[in-house]
Design a protein around this ligand. Structure first.
Ligand code: T4K
Length: 385
């Protein structure tokens, strides 16, 4: 018998710096009397983030969804875009708001990113871009996608909402593709309360994105395009700037938590973990997904998800349902049978992982997982006898 956690353990929890650290920054804002519209802290933060990502081609936004929406608009993407159904719904919404038709294709089974072969098979004369997602922070098949995009003259856009801090062969993940969007939402390993960022290869795009996020203003009396309002404010930039100082520490801590989960859950029948990460990858340990095999584990993923709740553990089914199964996208015809994505969506569960999750609590979560499984197994064998 294991007692439930006294307090809820959520799938994630925002990293909060010391209150004094934030308050010192607030004093600066009070002195400046400047809250938004490209204020001094946003400008400073933009340079800090640009240093971190080793590119001058960055543009900050109030959230990741608007960043992606504006990214697509600014790049002039239209017609059809090949994308994944295994993502957060905002990826597809960004296409919708640009009147682009999403063409859903399947994912690969290990890290859940777009399957390049399926991408190539889905190209039509109307295809203008590939919108791939670094799911759970794991990079897509970068070379294969770049090769397809080059051969077919398509833009390659990455939803890198989960991929803050990821490096491949020492190079920032933001340097791949034509455009990447990062989310700085409170639920992410790195955050600015809410926030988002575009990184891109073509320097001239910065001006366009700046217009689009600020009503299209050139100056007080000139509007050069119908932009919207998607600016980051000073409070967000302040939080972003402070959390940036801690981000390496945050990633280290998440590595430890992930290793603990792997030690405890690897080999447990009915639970599948992602395969080992490649040596050339500096991963960020953004999420802790597992797959539940109903037959081997003794209960369905949904049953297990409910059982965990009884112990005050609130895991999440990221990403279920598939985007193409949401009512608002159901009318889209899907050519690909999406065999892998459908299977994964039925089995996936993301376990709690956040900076101040105690290792003791990770052990206890694993104890509870084993206990639920054993109890179920005993019940089944008892019923069969
Ligand atoms: N593309 C991808 C691939 C994405 O994953 C996302 C966002 C986007 C695009 C869009 O980026 P943003 O526009 O959001 O910048 C959450 C986040 O709201 C969302 O940002 C994120 N993906 C998605 C994967 O997760 P929900 O609806 O699951 O969040 P919610 O409110 O249920 O929070 C999850 C858990 O976190 C809660 O159970 C408790 C905990 N929590 C949450 C908040 C907000 C806290 O402890 N404190 C908090 O302040 O979407």
């Amino acid at each position: 018998m294991i007692e439930p956690f006294e307090k809820p353990i959520y799938v994630t929890k925002p990293f909060l710096p010391k209150l004094e650290e934030f308050c010192a920054g607030l004093e600066e804002i009070w002195e400046n009397q400047w809250l938004t519209n490209n204020g001094p802290i946003v400008k400073r933060f933009s340079q800090e983030i640009s240093n971190y990502f080793e590119t001058e081609n960055v543009c900050l936004f109030t959230n990741g969804t608007l960043a992606l929406q504006i990214g697509l608009q600014g790049m002039g993407i239209a017609g059809e875009v090949i994308t994944t159904p295994f993502t957060f719904v905002a990826t597809t919404h960004a296409l919708f708001w640009n009147k682009i038709r999403p063409v859903f294709v399947d994912i690969e089974p290990d890290y859940y990113t777009l399957d390049p072969e399926k991408v190539e098979a889905a190209i039509t004369p109307w295809t203008t871009a590939i919108l791939a997602v670094h799911v759970f922070g794991h990079p897509c098949q970068l070379e294969a996608l770049a090769d397809i995009a080059n051969r077919h003259n398509l833009k390659l856009i990455y939803d890198a909402a989960h991929a803050f801090g990821v490096r491949v062969n020492g190079e920032s993940i933001s340097h791949f593709g034509d455009l990447s969007m990062f989310s700085f939402h409170a639920t992410k390993l790195y955050h600015s309360i809410e926030g988002g960022m575009l990184t891109f290869q073509e320097p001239s795009m910065k001006k366009i994105f700046n217009y689009l996020k600020n009503f299209g203003f050139e100056n007080e009396i000139e509007v050069v395009m119908p932009g919207t309002n998607a600016k980051m404010n000073e409070m967000q930039a302040l939080m972003g700037s402070i959390v940036l100082k801690h981000v390496d520490n945050i990633i280290d801590r998440r590595r430890l938590i992930t290793e603990t989960y792997f030690e405890r859950l690897d080999g447990l029948a009915g639970i599948r973990l992602r395969p080992a990460f490649a040596k050339e990858l500096n991963y960020n340990f953004a999420y802790m997904p597992i797959e539940i095999d109903e037959n081997e584990f003794g209960m369905s993923r949904d049953h297990f998800y409910d059982e965990l709740k009884k112990y005050n553990i609130f895991s999440r089914r990221y990403f279920y349902p598939l985007i193409c199964d949401y009512a608002c996208y159901k009318k889209n015809t899907v050519g690909d049978p999406l065999k892998v994505a459908k299977r994964v969506a039925e089995k996936i569960l993301t376990l709690p992982i956040y900076y101040d999750l105690d290792l003791e609590d990770v052990y206890k979560i694993c104890d509870i997982i084993e206990y639920i499984k054993q109890r179920r197994y005993k019940k089944k064998t008892f019923a069969a006898a």
